[in-house]
Design a protein around this ligand. Sequence first.
Ligand SMILES: *[C@@H]1O[C@H](CO)[C@@H](O)[C@H](O)[C@H]1NC(C)=O
Ligand SMILES: *[C@@H]1O[C@H](CO)[C@@H](O)[C@H](O)[C@H]1NC(C)=O
Ligand SMILES: *[C@@H]1O[C@H](CO)[C@@H](O)[C@H](O)[C@H]1NC(C)=O
Length: 430
Amino acid sequence: MEGKSGSWLLLMMVVMGWSVTSSSASFGDHYHRGSRKTDATSSLGFNRAAPSSIVLPVHGNVYPTGSYNVTLNIGQPPKPYFLDPDTGSDLTWLQCDAPCVRCTPAPHPYYRPNNDLVACKDPLCEALHSPGSHKCDVPEQCDYEVEYADGGSSIGVLLRDSFSLNFTSGLQLRPKLALGCGYDQLPGSSYHPIDGVLGLGKGKTSIVSQLSSQGLVRNVIGHCLSGRGGGYFVFGDDIYDYSRIVWTPMSLDYSKHYSPGPAELMVDGKSTGIGNLRMVFDSGSSYTYLSSQVYQFLTSWLKRELTGKPLKEAPDDRTLPLCWKGRKPFKSIRDVKKYFKPLALRFNSGRKDTAQYELPPEAYLILSSMGNVCLGILNGTEVGLQNYNIIGDISMQDKMVIYDNEKQMIGWAPGKCDHLPKPRSGFSFW
Ligand SMILES: *[C@@H]1O[C@H](CO)[C@@H](O)[C@H](O)[C@H]1NC(C)=O
Ligand SMILES: *[C@@H]1O[C@H](CO)[C@@H](O)[C@H](O)[C@H]1NC(C)=O
Ligand SMILES: *[C@@H]1O[C@H](CO)[C@@H](O)[C@H](O)[C@H]1NC(C)=O
């Protein structure tokens, strides 16, 4: 496996001007033929005042799996789907039998759409398109196209269906939320068989933003990915112990992505002078990416640091571009902790104080199947990220990372991610 790790970070979203009549494969055909009816049960009866959260266990790991998924039950009756949770994009979509023009293999049967279409003029549809480019050739439907940083894409139509969700308050609700019925998917370089993507970005269409506008949870997303694989996502702010978290303001310069603004790279507790890095937190990316110059600096520094140490570069190990072997195969990253210094990112929020994001060796190295260690920080320029730098899953392990869209803050704290959190009363996960 070459270092083709990927990113769901959204790069582009455009309207397609897809016509119902001009394409035999268009979504509209489904409705010409079909006579599906939506089940009109939507009495929610929830208590808007009750603070509540949703906790979703996540499966997967950085290596060897290279992806994560959460299970959501969607539709009436609800059916399970494995979705890739992505803080780098807003839209949730499922591979969809509309019928499907091009779908990729999926763990479950493709989603069968209902006919509860989101109209083109709906604010949720408008939020998906850049202002000015939003045309409504077919007013009753909302066409979308998303393209991700790894080259993967989905084209489809927005509709509403019910999501079965368990809240920490004990309630089980089935709110109707907008999702994409994706009938034309192209796999990207980091392709894994998946039923769809769970969009957790900043925008209005994000699932948490929709839940929040229905008064069900606060627009706050947290995740805790365990270094041993698995972990969980949390929607809502019911279960955080706010005192332990390092907070930094979300940068307003990035309207689409979660970023605390410019960072400086620190190595072994020392300043490098490499500042102004545009960092984006992206759970849809397994690895961390630095743009070419910073990547160049880091790899040269690592190579210098390792001279005279009992580790040799292992070009025969193709797991990732840069691997090192020891005298005998390593069993754990702990075996090399004395050779690899901690890195850190220092965010200067413009206020007096700075927030530091620590990257111990576990946050930037993987243990390959050959028993070598490989650098899990990759050259972002090589994959077309230009001057974006991405903090991927590898660097978010064993941390609680929180995106608070209510307060426009990003926070993090060391976290024990192996156990699901319980509601705040008498609970602590540190
Ligand atoms: C998704 O998670 C399930 C467990 O819920 C697991 O069996 C499956 O292999 C995972 N799929 C992918 C593509 O990671
Ligand atoms: C929600 O709770 C119900 C009842 O406790 C349980 O059967 C179901 O598996 C839960 N669903 C999810 C997605 O956790
Ligand atoms: C990073 O990728 C770019 C584009 O492919 C390449 O020109 C550059 O040499 C690479 N940098 C390093 C340090 O490998």
